[in-house]
Design a protein around this ligand. Structure first.
Ligand code: SF4
Length: 309
């Protein structure tokens, strides 16, 4: 039977539900497709918590009408009240699947987004995370993995991940850059730190402050930063590369920009591991990836690098 490629954290993943410190049930737009909209609104009068799009497509038919705090109105005491009443059929596809992603890249794969705090917790190992091949039952009949995305694959991603595992530091990124035929010549120096600070100010600072996180850059003095090398950082990068299909991500034509993006994430992680620890560190990492995965970061990073460095 065809096996499903996954990182070892997939099987163990479990949503923390009401124990989640920063639930995914709000603070971003949750799209609803037409099929979900019709299925859920027919369940009962208490199941129309949607706003229809002005220009509807089958994929983007409506979105969840968030409350005045920016959260899903069906979230009660950290739990989904309509799932409790009607079962899993009351969930939108996005709510059902997140943070899982099922796709075919030469074969079936399942990956987890680093934007969920439970996923980040699962990456905090003191050894490199391993791949495994799961039985296809993980996909079949599992309501959390019913939607499969078919995307063009590349073989290089897994060999880049192996390179990083063999060279678990900035050296690994330099070697990946060589494999990709690039010559960026990037050093983790003060200039790059100033660049990271401007990226932080552009992409994360306002959202951080408005959603209850501290402004980490306030605390950072370049001269006090010490290089941090541990498998937590490497595993976070591996999970991100696997999930985002690095180096192609969403921007096939700009591999150099994507590589600069990965260096930037490495730099941000260096800062986070210098200034935070415990739950605060985990939550901030999930926050950073939430913003990264929902912004034009990869599309803009190359130009910003050329402008600022
Ligand atoms: S962020 Fe992760 S752990 Fe928290 S509610 Fe969402 S899926 Fe569950």
């Amino acid at each position: 039977m065809e096996k499903v490629l996954a990182l070892e954290n997939f099987k163990a993943f479990k949503c923390k539900c009401n124990l989640c410190r920063h639930t995914c049930c709000g603070l971003w737009k949750i799209n609803v497709n037409k099929e979900d909209y019709l299925r859920i609104t027919s369940l009962g009068d208490d199941c129309n918590h949607f706003v229809c799009e002005e220009y509807q497509t089958p994929k983007r038919y409506a979105h969840i009408a968030l409350d005045e705090n920016g959260m899903c109105p069906k979230l009660k005491d950290g739990m989904c009240s309509i799932q409790q009443k009607y079962g899993i059929k009351a969930l939108t596809t996005i709510c059902m699947e997140y943070p899982r992603l099922v796709r075919y890249i030469r074969g079936p794969e399942v990956a987890l987004s680093t934007s969920c705090e439970a996923v980040v917790e699962g990456l905090m190992l003191d050894r490199p995370i391993a791949f495994e091949r799961l039985c296809k039952n993980v996909l079949l009949g599992n309501p959390y993995t019913k939607n499969q995305h078919f995307i063009n694959g590349n073989a290089i991603r897994l060999s880049l991940i192996d390179t990083l595992k063999e060279n678990p530091s900035i050296e690994g990124l330099h070697k990946m850059e060589e494999i990709l035929g690039l010559n960026i010549g990037l050093k983790l120096d003060k200039r790059f730190f100033i660049f990271i600070k401007s990226i932080y100010n552009e992409y994360f600072k306002n959202r951080a402050i408005h959603t209850g996180y501290i402004d980490i850059m306030d605390k950072v003095i370049y001269e006090n930063l010490v290089p941090v090398m541990n498998y937590n950082i490497i595993n976070i990068l591996i999970n991100h590369m696997f999930y985002m299909n690095f180096p192609y991500c969403n921007n096939n034509d700009h591999i150099e920009d994507n590589m600069i993006g990965l260096y930037t994430i490495y730099g941000l992680l260096q800062i986070l591991f210098n200034v935070l620890e415990g739950e605060e560190l985990i939550d901030y990492i999930a926050f950073i990836f939430r913003e990264l995965e929902h912004s034009a970061f990869y599309d803009r990073i190359g130009n910003l690098y050329k402008e600022l460095i």
